[in-house]
Design a protein around this ligand. Sequence first.
Ligand SMILES: *[C@@H]1O[C@H](CO)[C@@H](O)[C@H](O)[C@H]1NC(C)=O
Ligand SMILES: *[C@@H]1O[C@H](CO)[C@@H](O)[C@H](O)[C@H]1NC(C)=O
Ligand SMILES: *[C@@H]1O[C@H](CO)[C@@H](O)[C@H](O)[C@H]1NC(C)=O
Length: 218
Amino acid sequence: MLRTTVTLLSTLACIRVVMAHSWIDILYATDPNGTVVSEGYIRSYQGHLDNDETYHLIDPTSTTSLCMTSQQSVTYSSLYPMLTARPGDNITALYEENGHVTVDQLPPDMQPHPGYYSWLWSSTNGTQLTTVADMLNVDNLLAGPFSFDDGRCAVGNDNRYGRTAQPCLSTFYLPEDIEPGIYNLVWAWHFPKIPPCEENAPVEFYTSCMDIQVVDSL
Ligand SMILES: *[C@@H]1O[C@H](CO)[C@@H](O)[C@H](O)[C@H]1NC(C)=O
Ligand SMILES: *[C@@H]1O[C@H](CO)[C@@H](O)[C@H](O)[C@H]1NC(C)=O
Ligand SMILES: *[C@@H]1O[C@H](CO)[C@@H](O)[C@H](O)[C@H]1NC(C)=O
C-alpha cells in the first residue's frame, strides 16, 4: 500500500511539470548606458506560440539537428527581423520561465530543477552550427552556462517566491574585435529535471536558433 501511494504521488508529481516550454522571444542590443539601440528575433519567429517556437531534443545524438526545421536557414520576416548590433554591444534576450522556475514540483524534493543554458555561436561570418556535436564543442561557446532562473522572473504573479510576473533576462556581450558579418547564435537550454522523476529519465535540451548582423555603426 505504501509503495502504491509513493508510486502514485511520484506520478502526480511528474504531472506537475508544466506543459509549456521555453524559447527566446526577443533580443535587444544596448549601448553602454543600457539604452536599447535595436531589437531582433529568432529565425522564423511567429509570435509567443509554443507549437511554433519549441524545439525539444530528447536523448539527442551528436548528429541530431541543433535547430528545428524552420530555424535551419537564415529566415526572418519584416515583422520579426534579425538583430543588428555592433562589436562589443551588450545583448539582452528574453524568455518566459513557463513555470519551470516557480511552479514545477519534481520529486523527490518537490522543487523545480530548471537547469541552465548557454549561448553558442559559429564565430565566423556566414557559417552555421548544425548539430548537437556543434553544441557540445567548447570552441563554440560564446557565453554561459547560466542558471535558467535569473533570480527574478516568473510566468505569473501566483508563485512560490512571491515574484511579480516578468520574463527572464539573459545578458551577454559580443566580442569587441569581431568583423562585420552575419553570425549564427544558438540558445541551448539543458533542462535536466534532476533528480529525475523516472528511472532512465531522458536528457532534455531545448534550443532557439538566430543570427546577429554585426555592423560598424547603427
Ligand atoms: C555592458 O553592460 C555592462 C553592465 O551593465 C556595462 O558595465 C558595460 O559598460 C556594457 N558594455 C557595453 C559595450 O555596452
Ligand atoms: C549615455 O547617455 C548620455 C545621456 O543621455 C549621452 O549623452 C551619452 O551619449 C550616452 N552614451 C552612449 C555611449 O550612448
Ligand atoms: C559575410 O559572408 C557573406 C557570404 O556568406 C558575404 O557575402 C559577405 O560579404 C561577408 N561579409 C563580410 C563583412 O565579410
